[in-house]
Ligand binder design. Sequence first.
Ligand SMILES: Nc1ncnc2c1ncn2[C@@H]1O[C@H](COP(=O)(O)OP(=O)(O)OP(=O)(O)O)[C@@H](O)[C@H]1O
Ligand SMILES: [Mg+2]
Length: 466
Amino acid sequence: MGKKLLFAVDDDPNQRRILSVLLETRGYEVMGFAGGEKCLERLDEYPIAVFLDLMMPGIGGMETLKAIKKNRNDLPIIMVTSVNEAETAVQALKLGAFDYIVKPYDEARLVTTLDNALQKNALLTQVRHLQGELKEQHGLKGFIGRSPVMETVFEKINKVKDNKASVLIQGESGTGKELVARAIHYNGRFAEGCFVDINCGAIPENLQESELFGHKKGAFTGAEESRTGKVEQADGGTLFLDEVGEMSPHLQTKLLRFLQEKTFQRVGENNNITVDTRVIAATNKDLKKAVTKGTFREDLYYRLAVYPIEIPPLRDRKEDIPFLCAHFLKKYEGEFAQKVKSIHPQVMEQFLSYSWPGNVRQLENTVYRAMINSVTDCIDKDSLMDTGGNPETAANETKADNAHKIERIGFDPESVPEKIIPFQEVEKNTLANAIKLTNGNIPQAAEQLGISRSTLYRLVKKYGLR
Ligand SMILES: Nc1ncnc2c1ncn2[C@@H]1O[C@H](COP(=O)(O)OP(=O)(O)OP(=O)(O)O)[C@@H](O)[C@H]1O
Ligand SMILES: [Mg+2]
């Protein structure tokens, strides 16, 4: 590869020479131009930065700057000015120049400015690359669904991703609500900003407001320093309100005001802050019912549900199961020395007749655990005899047995109990068992139950299990 190329644009040949000497000794190649027009003609030589004189005959520094920005927005430009041109130099910065240096050159300043410009550019390139990767990761590629109902979901994502309408995603636990939210963000016009999520069910009521809107130092006991809230962090991006049905009445009112006026105040402050944020909310509750019951504000419901997306439970789209299984086998194949390539038809039959109360998350966990257990390249009935997801426990009889019990409750299409047990009771017992068997390790219990931690926390509270 050749040397890194810099452009020096100045009508004064002496100035061009000084720049060349200073920069060539540092290993750069410098190409000099007496005017903006010539420099613009050669942009396709791919310089890594441009030194641009402000006052030149012909189109002049300002116009050249604008033209370069139009063609190669990411190219760092350092303006070169005389002492009395400071005002114009500031204007150039507003137009996107990286910085300016004053003639005669201070060598150290010149080099630092160039280093900074190149460093910033490298970071920007990296950010763009990472954004691309995130899009790849969270985009629609890893999002599986061949059933007509899921086709409709994809269509909706594509329709809504580039506008600002608030989206309400509804669906049972584990159906892929967060996946949908991320797909909308990373594929749409807010992708340059951050995807900021807040789990309304997991934050104690008295901290919800400051978590969402931020607070001033000393606003309440424990507020030892000022902090920005999630809304502010999501400026230019997406605010994802997960489990929005769990939001306290007080915060519902605050959120409504924010959605109506697009402005908010940090706790303990009076000035209004305005942000440009797309809002996506998700819930596994029937929010309409909550509205009827009076636990969720009706006006807030309509503000959030400008564009509703309903994700059906897995049992209502069983044709997706084989494709999801293939996807998960591929997703985790790198983790195993023994390649697991397929699922035995008998197992698939079981999968297809099972009701999957934990939806896609439960299916994913089941496939993953079966891959751990599998001794051949095919998942068969034996691979479903479970170790609880942790390969190390396989050797440990009792633990494996216990974990096995959790799994049997969650997945045993063949056992038929003698009498009908009310669902709430089954649910409560299942949860109590899971908590006992994992010694109160909620993340582990949630994982094995195939529900999210926050759902488990909510249910623990509901049944008073701890
Ligand atoms: N259509 C799908 N294709 C591929 N993976 C999926 C799909 N749907 C869900 N998953 C996977 O299932 C798991 C659960 O998805 P997600 O967290 O989005 O569900 P959720 O609806 O937000 O659940 P909860 O209500 O419990 O928070 C994730 O690992 C996700 O990657
Ligand atoms: Mg979720």
